[in-house]
Design a protein around this ligand. Structure first.
Ligand SMILES: [Zn+2]
Length: 151
């Protein structure tokens, strides 16, 4: 027959084990507690570019996401996240939402659209007026036009 004291000690010991396991396995990057092993530490000084009052990441871990265009699963690595928020100064509440391939296609589509747009302006108004309207320098526009004429 166990005494009350023995039983209390056993309960306490079990609680200690459980909380040790929880500390090791449960974490939330947006919670101000603990950095899991293998995570990439955030540099708070590099995360002040965004005026958000919300929490900022304290560390980065590889995260799976589904591409919003093609549905493919891809991993947004801890290193990519650190680069995105701290070096590229991405918005704090932004997340990866397109896979590498869809991002590439989108970039190409957009530069194509832009090119067609600028070409149209230059045909209609000439280089100088296009520069004035678009805020682009005449040098840049002349270079663009040379490239199009060659291609
Ligand atoms: Zn995709």
């Amino acid at each position: 027959m166990k005494s009350g004291r023995q039983r209390r000690d056993e309960i306490r010991a079990r609680r200690r084990v459980r909380s040790a396991i929880e500390q090791r396995t449960s974490y939330d990057p947006w919670e101000p507690q603990g950095i899991p092993r293998g995570a990439l530490r955030a540099d708070p000084a590099k995360l002040v570019h965004d005026g958000t009052y919300g929490p900022r990441p304290r560390f980065y871990v590889d995260t799976r996401f589904t591409c919003m265009d093609c549905g493919r699963h891809e991993v947004w690595t801890a290193f990519q996240q650190k680069w995105w928020y701290e070096e590229a100064k991405g918005k704090i509440d932004s997340r990866a939402n397109r896979c590498r391939e869809c991002r590439r296609k989108r970039r190409m589509r957009r530069s194509q659209d832009r090119r067609v747009h600028m070409e149209g302006l230059m045909t209609k108004y000439g280089v100088e007026e296009t520069a004035r309207r678009s805020g682009q320098s005449i040098d840049v526009l002349m270079r663009l036009r040379e490239q199009w004429e060659k291609s």
